[in-house]
Design a protein around this ligand. Structure first.
Ligand SMILES: Cc1cc2nc3c(=O)[nH]c(=O)nc-3n(C[C@H](O)[C@H](O)[C@H](O)COP(=O)(O)OP(=O)(O)OC[C@H]3O[C@@H](n4cnc5c(N)ncnc54)[C@H](O)[C@@H]3O)c2cc1C
Length: 293
């Protein structure tokens, strides 16, 4: 059971800076985020992209901005529950709130600040009928710990930056790596695409273009993938892991179920005090959208 003054849902830049402001008022904060690392979209989607519209920074990489925010809040010693989604909120008799995460972790706080951005990022999943039964049993949509692939056979699918970057990185970690992509050109950075082609030519990895993973084999644990090639038809590959990297899309998720007034995926608030519509159950809502460049 985690107890704090302010429980912040969302460890993106808004949630992180909330810790600083609350810290000035001597309030303790704990953050919960469904992603495995703090930083929200900046860490998850564009850590290497330069940002030009932050006051005081003519230019800063998204990853560096998150690093600086973490440094700025360090003195206030915030707690983190990462890799868990804020699922349910109930009001306790003493007026505080109890928030339970997707993994059952309980948090108690007097105030809940919702800094959930566009919502939880959920992976775009390929349309393979039995894929759910292999999730965390050989199928992963996010690479959390590259070491778990050491010496393993892996199949990565996708043609964007994530698929290319992880292919390059894991080429030295996996015993066998196959990249499957449905087109013959890549959406990701041309330099990364060139590196993947070099790795293919040197025999370090296998590349199957104009192909899609259409089936999964195994009895409870993944053992192989079925790949449909546009011209060659069905190809079967033994594998320990299948990592489809087709991007993440935000879903409002449980925030929509907390009785809050919502319009076009945004929580309606009173801008005088940022309170929500729910009387006696009024999480402080902080939502400071940073404009897209
Ligand atoms: C490609 C791209 C480039 C961009 N470039 C710029 C730029 O140059 N300049 C700029 O100003 N802005 C830019 N933006 C926009 C900027 O990233 C967002 O405005 C910013 O991330 C919003 O910050 P936030 O903390 O409010 O939300 P987010 O960064 O979205 O963080 C919200 C967090 O809340 C978590 N969350 C939501 N619901 C739950 C739940 N129920 N349980 C647990 N966790 C939950 C999510 O997992 C997420 O980590 C860009 C966006 C993109 C996609």
């Amino acid at each position: 059971m985690i107890e704090t003054d302010i429980l912040i849902i969302g460890a993106g830049p808004t949630g992180l800076f909330t810790v600083f402001e609350a810290g000035l008022l001597k309030l303790r904060c704990h953050l919960i985020d469904s992603l495995p690392l703090p930083g929200g979209q900046l860490t998850e989607i564009y850590p290497k992209k330069p940002i030009y519209d932050i006051p005081g920074y003519p230019e800063v990489l998204a990853g560096d901005l998150v690093h600086n925010l973490m440094k700025q809040i360090e003195p206030f010693k915030p707690g983190f529950t990462l890799g868990e989604r804020a699922e349910t909120i109930e009001k306790l008799e003493d007026g505080r709130f109890k928030l339970t995460s997707s993994k059952g972790t309980e948090h108690i706080a007097s105030v809940i600040a919702i800094a959930g951005g566009l919502g939880c990022f959920e992976p775009r999943k390929p349309p393979i009928s039995n894929i759910a039964s292999f999730e965390d049993r050989g199928v992963e949509y996010i690479v959390k710990d590259p070491e778990m692939y050491r010496g393993k056979k892996i199949v990565i699918a996708g043609g964007g930056d994530s698929a290319l970057d992880w292919t390059i990185f894991l080429a030295d970690v996996a015993s066998e790596l196959t990249l499957v992509h449905r087109r013959s050109d890549f959406r990701g950075a041309p330099d990364s695409a060139d590196k993947v082609l070099e790795l293919t030519e040197s025999g370090k990895i296998k590349l199957l273009t104009q192909s899609q993973v259409t089936g999964l084999q195994g009895n409870g644990i993944l053992k192989g993938v079925e790949i449909t090639h546009d011209e060659q038809g069905l190809i079967t590959l033994d594998t320990d892991h299948f990592i489809p990297l087709f991007g993440l899309s935000p879903k409002l998720g449980p925030i929509a179920d907390w009785g809050l007034q919502i319009d076009k995926n945004a929580i309606i608030i009173n801008t005088l005090d940022y309170s929500t519509n729910v009387p006696g159950y009024t999480p402080l809502v902080i939502s400071i959208p940073i404009p897209v460049n």
